[in-house]
Design a protein around this ligand. Structure first.
Ligand SMILES: [Mn+2]
Length: 388
């Protein structure tokens, strides 16, 4: 059986105030084309379909267009769950009506998680969609006051599923969670923490009885302990911490024994999201900027020292989609909080104050040549002050 595993679509997301809908439409079109070519039996969306519990109209329309194309025109089964960004009620809306057409969306977690059974030439495969749920919801559902953490909750939910396994079927779990294996997993800034105060981690061992585990939540594609337990990663880069990540779609092939073989397929975004670094003149140099797509979403890290006139405006004239600007030197030094404000600044003369300010900001020595220039300026200001 061929399965396409995706997750974290985050339709309707804003990155630094910019709507990603156009970029998402572009990437989803490629996904639709990929599905047309690969002809999987099932498409999985492992949570965070939308970015917000109340998505904007364009986001709802985009999801509707995409799923209609995949389900109604291509006749592919889609199994999706709510993630921590989705509203379980909204995502689950009308799900009963759509089941017959091949759309299985689970919004709210239920006590009994019934599998979606899909047959291939070797027999049945049971897909268990486990939507994201707070520990308190699971505690209530099972009437078990011992369920306090995400780990407790998922242990409970998964044990119940595993206890009722049908021995004749192969099994796939779909889950939106932060698993903890042996290695350190890579996180991204665009993932919202699953738990405030408590631990968000779940022991990967609870998932080991499944033949494949399709995970959502972490935005970088990666495995957890076993190759068969994987995050597909998000559709697009949604923060600058992901600038160096490679986003992909996971194509899984499962044989009659439940062994899996997978392949990562990269899609091409309309605009990449990347970090450029250098001094302003360099970044404004045609020989340099023409090496990349200037329409990309850009964070510029400027290495210039000293004052710059409207650097963001200048950069925007070349990189229209610049989203963020950082001054390398300035940002680093400012963090050290070595201002003289708390240190008897009133007893210091303007030259001493300026010299401290300069050294904090630039990280360089305020030498005699510089002192001479600033002294000259200060003298002139004083003189003009007297004349006025
Ligand atoms: Mn997410």
């Amino acid at each position: 059986m061929k399965i396409i595993h995706t997750g974290d679509w985050h339709i309707g997301k804003l990155v630094h105030g910019v709507h990603m809908t156009e970029d998402q439409r572009h990437i989803l079109k490629q996904l639709v084309e990929l599905i047309e070519k690969e002809k999987p039996q099932v498409l999985i969306i492992a949570g965070d379909i939308y970015d917000r519990s109340i998505p904007p109209v364009e986001a709802v329309e985009l999801l509707d267009e995409t799923l209609s194309e995949i389900i109604l025109k291509q006749d592919i089964t889609v199994i999706a769950i709510a993630g921590n960004h989705d509203s379980p009620d909204r995502v689950g809306f009308a799900s009963k009506i759509l089941t017959d057409r091949g759309l299985h969306i689970r919004g709210n977690i239920s006590r009994e998680i019934f599998p979606v059974r899909i047959e291939d030439e070797y027999g049945p495969v049971d897909f268990y969609p486990v939507p994201f749920a707070e520990p308190a919801v699971v505690r209530e559902l099972y009437g078990d006051s011992e369920v306090k953490s995400h780990d407790d909750a998922m242990k409970k939910v998964l044990r119940r599923i595993v206890d009722k396994f049908d021995g004749n079927a192969r099994k796939v779990c779909i889950s939106h969670a932060f698993l903890m294996g042996t290695e350190v997993l890579e996180t991204s800034e665009s993932e919202r923490p699953l738990s405030i105060g408590g631990s968000e981690y779940i022991n990967v061992d609870y998932y080991e009885d499944f033949d494949y585990v399709a995970l959502g939540h972490l935005h970088r594609p990666q495995k957890v302990k076993h190759e068969k337990i994987r995050y597909s990663g998000s559709l697009l880069k949604y923060s600058f911490s992901e600038a160096r990540q490679k986003k992909s779609i996971t194509i899984v092939d499962m044989d009659g024994e439940g062994n899996i073989h997978y392949e990562l397929r990269e899609l091409k975004p309309l605009r990449d999201l990347r970090i450029i670094k250098g001094d302003l003149n360099n970044l404004m140099d045609k020989d340099i900027y023409s090496l990349g797509n200037t329409e990309d979403y850009i964070m510029a890290s400027l290495t210039d020292k000293g004052e710059l006139m409207d650097p963001i405006g200048m950069l925007r004239s070349v990189y229209p989609n610049i989203l963020r600007l950082e001054r390398e030197q300035y940002d680093r030094e400012a963090g050290e909080d070595r201002t003289s404000a708390g240190n008897e600044f009133s007893k210091k003369n303007p030259i001493e104050l300026f010299s401290e300010f300069y050294e904090n900001m630039s990280g360089e020595e305020f030498d005699e040549d510089k002192m001479e220039i600033v002294t000259g300026v200060l003298d002139e200001i004083n003189r003009k002050g007297r004349e006025a």
